[in-house]
Design a protein around this ligand. Structure first.
Ligand SMILES: Nc1ncnc2c1ncn2[C@@H]1O[C@H](COP(=O)(O)OP(=O)(O)OP(=O)(O)O)[C@@H](O)[C@H]1O
Length: 296
């Protein structure tokens, strides 16, 4: 199947800052991707490039088989929801929702109306007067009801409370099941979206450090806890992503263990537990920062 997005050797510099550093990856149709990474890692820059809002310094981007830059036939299949979205000065909420069908040919007004009720959005209120969470809800509703074949959500829920965030996840999954499309979601709330994501891209210092199926990632690291002496013996020859200790006890996160590794741990009286997607990414981005500092 031809990928929806295909990126090769892509870089973006802002003066001396290399925000995106020689990245290559593909995005397959009909899946939900997580684009994850620390502050300043390059997520928004990458999304701006993929949606034709900015020019690459180097490399190639194809979206639906063509460059997205000033390409109407590509851009009409994209919805990009971002925290910094600007609206015309005098717009009230209903103006946004009424003008959305001009841009999105799959727009579902009934779905949008239902979401407005569920998010308790005041339709007649000026956009400028909305609370932070209500403003995010406008973006989330637009992104969901657009049913755009390629939808980007860049940190879409600043200020949204836990109930509203759960509503977003639930409606996204339900609607995605009925109307499959490609979704790229950038967020820091990794554990919250963990079950939603099918594939994970982690960007760090402008480089893609993880490009993996979420399912594979979930089982790809293990935490091992025990006495410091037993742990020291156990970690010999293994990749340690993280280590901490208190008194005579130590806890390490290691790459996934095969059955031999598990047997060895058990024989040494060590306890094993699985690592959440969020913990794993924190560990990986921490260790990649160290490597980066060491090689710089
Ligand atoms: N217009 C710009 N001029 C100069 N530097 C920029 C510009 N835009 C982004 N950067 C820098 O590029 C890097 C990547 O920024 P980007 O906004 O893509 O990160 P991010 O992963 O989206 O971060 P966050 O999670 O904090 O939103 C940062 O170091 C940022 O300071």
């Amino acid at each position: 199947m031809t990928p929806v997005v295909s990126v090769s050797g892509l870089s973006k510099n802002f003066g001396s800052v290399r925000a995106v550093d020689n990245v290559s990856f593909t995005i397959e149709e009909g899946r939900i991707y997580g684009l994850l990474g620390r502050n300043g890692a390059g997520k928004s820059t990458l999304m701006n490039l993929l949606t034709g809002q900015d020019f690459a310094s180097r490399g190639d981007i194809e979206v639906f088989g063509a460059s997205p830059v000033e390409n109407a036939s590509v851009l009409r299949n994209i919805c990009f929801i971002k925290e910094s979205q600007r609206y015309p000065e005098d717009y009230v909420v209903k103006h946004v929702l009424r003008s959305a069908p001009w841009f999105f040919e799959n727009w579902d007004q009934d779905f949008a109306d239902r979401l407005v009720d569920e998010f308790r959005l005041p339709l007649g209120r000026r956009i400028k007067k909305l609370s932070r969470g209500q403003l995010s809800a406008v973006g989330v509703i637009t992104g969901l009801a657009s049913r755009a074949p390629l939808t980007f959500f860049d940190e879409p829920y600043l200020g949204l409370d836990a109930v509203a965030r759960q509503l977003f996840y639930d409606r996204l999954l339900e609607d995605f099941a009925e109307h499959p499309r490609t979704v790229i979601l950038s967020t820091h709330l990794i554990d919250e979206v963990s079950n939603l994501l099918e594939h994970v891209l982690v960007i760090d210092n402008g480089r893609i450090i993880i490009d993996e199926e979420a399912e594979t990632l979930r089982g790809s690291a293990t935490t091992v806890v025990g006495t410091r002496t037993a742990i020291d013996v156990f970690v010999e020859g293994r990749t340690v992503l993280h280590r901490e200790g208190i008194g005579g006890l130590a806890s390490v996160t290691v790459d996934s263990l095969d059955s031999d590794g598990r047997r060895e741990a058990s024989a040494a009286g060590l306890e094993l537990s699985s690592v959440s997607l969020q913990q794993l990414i924190v560990r990986k981005t921490n260790s990649s920062t160290k490597e980066f500092e060491e090689t710089a």
